[in-house]
Design a binder for this molecule. Structure first.
Ligand code: DGJ
Length: 695
């Protein structure tokens, strides 16, 4: 499991996979192999030397280049496109004769340079062997004395074995309805997924999975990848006329340009990709383990059961009402009480206050401290909602700094939810937000922040900026990371949640700063089952905040709603003052049960047994890493009776060990539960939580 040099190239090996690249006879850095790890180094194929196809398709067009640039006689969707100061828009990259590629156990660095212009393109590879993942990113260095305009710079092109037909699986959706899985055949041409909204977006996610239409949840070869970026992104899956399939992934080049000034560098975000023959489940378990151990700021954190006031009180928050909720929450076993929107200066509705991040005097005459102390006295931590990137025109901040928002001077400023977007690419805006939030966190005992972002971009202008205005897309996200990272470094005890009207900013980039994600504003339990399933293909349950609310309370039992939310990080968001004593007692029992099983849910292996997006009878299972216990949730929504529900075939157990299951008399081998199955009887809109123990 390492990186090794082979004739004309390198092999990157992980626990079960191999990835080979090398230089072909024409001097082009070419992809050679990606798939199951091969026993011997000489097993890896040599770089191809295609001859070309008539005068219309030159050899370069047929070469599987690792990082194709726009230039020459190649029409592959390129990774890199630039314009040099003299107007030349053609790149000819070759291995840099002046700088040797270098590699260690885990990192490989290859330098390409243009044959005429002093532009250096450094390709970085990092092996995350245990997770079967390879990380790629790119740095451009302008070694010349003149500007270079970069019009596209992607993180990677991932190549699949050629001459095969693939299906692309991705997620799509919209606000209140995110993460729907879609699997479609790729045909000759280019399939593009993207965000042009400044954030990752509710509509698509920078994640792809490809298979030969032979994989399922448990088995089959899949190639998968993500981009760690929280702004505009683009994935293009291309099938060429020569049956070569490649996936480009990186910053979206739509309305993008970067002025790479003399002697300056530019680094792309990372793309992580992997291969497994363990189906879609195997792919997501690798991503889950990687996120939990390597991406999130607090690896292996046990996430607390929280209460959030939003759906109960909306903007109508005050000390007394929040404490009333807090008392009930504490009695039920909640560990973290989060006050949502409505607490800050001038905020009574969504038309005022954003930007003025100090407590509203009318609602909190003594500030937040009495409430926080009250919550702490009840034995809970205190958390707070913020939407730092936004400003209402009706705010002190906007009145003082109307120029601080994204805008074009000749255009009306389009509001979304009565708010405008602060231009956090500006260092003065960054400093302002850092100092205000730093003060808030320094003066109060706040251990959790929900960072929200409730609209998408319009008029992406920065009139005062010198230079290339289309850099804004990247500079905004860099500003976001800078603010967030500075705050979390200054306040390491704070846990952060990423929210953008639900799941509008869920990606591996934000997970370097945020410990968890608010998956959707849709908290209706049956809708949530589907949304959570899509989310689980990319992100681990430990990042999936899920509240029990009052949505569909007359149709869906409290237990069903709890079971759905227990599939991730359990939270409560219902109006507790309206819950009966019996409901609160039931909630207390279920919260206590969640605490017993949460380590398996949050850090175990997740198996999707039956998809809620495809079946009204669905099931999901979590297995502890040592396979000594498991948790099984089964859900039935509506199926006309009479019906015989199919058996559930458990997964991930030790085949030779014996296991018992809650409420089931038989003790059977793991092999039997996995292959003979388990019958779970459920009526419509009933759910079941079963614990499985090795005996
Ligand atoms: C959108 C979030 O997703 C909700 O949970 C809530 O925090 C509101 N914003 C508050 O304005």
């Amino acid at each position: 499991m390492t990186i090794r040099a082979i004739p004309q190239g390198w092999v990157l090996e992980t626990r079960t996979t191999g990835y080979a690249l090398g230089v072909n006879d024409a001097g082009r850095l070419s992809h050679r192999y990606w798939g199951v790890r091969l026993p011997y180094l000489e097993d890896y194929p040599l770089a191809a030397n295609p001859a070309g196809w008539a005068s219309f398709n030159g050899p370069t067009h047929l070469t599987p280049e690792e990082y194709p640039a726009y230039g020459g006689i190649s029409y592959i969707d390129p990774c890199l496109k630039v314009t040099f100061a003299d107007g030349v828009r053609d790149l000819v990259l070759q291995i840099d004769p002046a700088q040797q590629a270098s590699f260690s156990q885990t990192e490989l660095t290859i330098h390409l340079c243009d044959t005429y212009y002093p532009l250096l393109v450094t390709l970085h590879y990092r092996v995350h062997a245990e997770y079967d993942l390879i990380e790629r990113w790119v740095t451009l260095h302008n070694l010349s004395e003149q500007n270079i305009t970069v019009e596209r710079v992607l993180s990677a092109q991932w190549h699949l074995p050629g001459h095969e037909k693939y299906h692309l699986t991705h997620v799509n959706g919209r606000w209140l309805d995110e993460f729907h899985l879609l699997r479609e055949p790729l045909v000759q041409g280019i399939k593009v997924l993207e965000s042009r909204r400044l954030t990752t977006s509710h509509h698509h996610n920078p994640w792809f999975t490809l298979d030969r239409n032979t994989a399922d949840e448990q088995r089959g070869e899949v190639w998968f990848g993500v981009l760690a970026w929280s702004g505009n992104w683009r994935i293009s899956a291309e099938v060429t006329e020569f049956a070569s399939t490649r996936v480009n992934i990186g910053l979206n080049d739509w309305d993008f340009a970067w002025n790479l000034a003399a002697k300056q560098s530019f680094t792309t975000p990372s793309s992580y990709a992997g291969y497994t023959d363990e189906g879609f489940g195997g792919a997501s378990r690798r991503l889950h383990d990687f996120v939990r151990t390597t991406v999130v700021p607090n690896p292996h954190l046990t996430h607390k059961v929280l209460y959030n006031s939003w759906e109960a009180t909306l903007f109508d928050v005050n000390e007394h009402a929040q404490l009333e909720l807090a008392r009930l929450a504490a009695e039920m076993g909640v560990e973290l009480f989060v006050m949502d929107d409505g607490w800050f200066h001038g905020r009574t509705l969504d038309n005022a206050g954003l930007g003025d991040w100090w407590p509203d005097k009318q609602k909190f005459p003594q500030g937040l401290t009495p409430l926080i102390q009250g919550v702490n006295a009840l034995g809970m931590d205190f958390g707070l909602w913020l939407e730092p990137e936004m400003v209402n025109p009706d705010s002190d901040l906007y009145r003082a700094h109307p120029d601080w928002v994204l805008h074009f001077p000749t255009r009306a400023r389009t509001e979304g939810r009565n708010q405008l977007i602060l231009n956090i690419a500006r260092p003065d805006v960054q400093d302002y937000l850092i100092s205000l939030i730093d003060r808030l966190l320094s003066e109060h005992t706040i251990t959790f922040i929900k960072w929200d972002m409730n609209r998408n971009v319009s008029e992406p202008g920065w009139p005062e900026a010198e230079g290339e205005p289309r850099e804004i897309w990247v500079r905004y996200v860099q500003g976001l990371y800078h603010i967030w990272h500075t705050l979390r470094t200054r306040h390491p005890g704070v846990i952060w949640q990423s929210c953008s009207g639900g799941g509008g900013r869920a990606d591996f980039g934000i997970l370097r700063e945020a410990d968890q994600i608010w998956v959707s504003d849709n908290t209706e339990a049956t809708a949530r089952l589907a949304i959570q399933e899509g989310f689980s293909h990319i992100f681990p349950p430990s990042t999936m905040e899920a509240w029990v609310t009052d949505a569909s309370e007359h149709l869906i039992s409290l237990e069903f709603r709890f079971h759905v939310s227990m599939c991730g990080v359990l939270g409560i968001g219902g109006h507790l003052l309206r819950w009966s004593e019996r409901e609160r007692a039931e909630a207390k029992r279920l919260i206590a049960q969640y605490k017993e099983i949460r380590s398996t849910i949050q850090s175990g292996d997740l198996y999707r047994l039956r998809s809620p997006q495809h079946h009204p009878f669905s099931a999901i299972q979590y297995v502890s890493k040592d396979r000594s216990e498991a948790v099984l949730f089964a859900f039935r929504t509506y199926i006309p009776d009479p019906v015989e529900l199919p058996p559930l075939y458990l997964c991930g157990l030790d085949p030779d060990a014996r296991y018992r299951i809650d409420g089931v008399d038989d003790v059977r081998s793991g092999q039997a539960w996995m292959h003979a199955g388990l019958r779970v009887g459920l009526n419509n809109f009933q759910s079941s939580l079963l614990r499985v123990w090795r005996v």
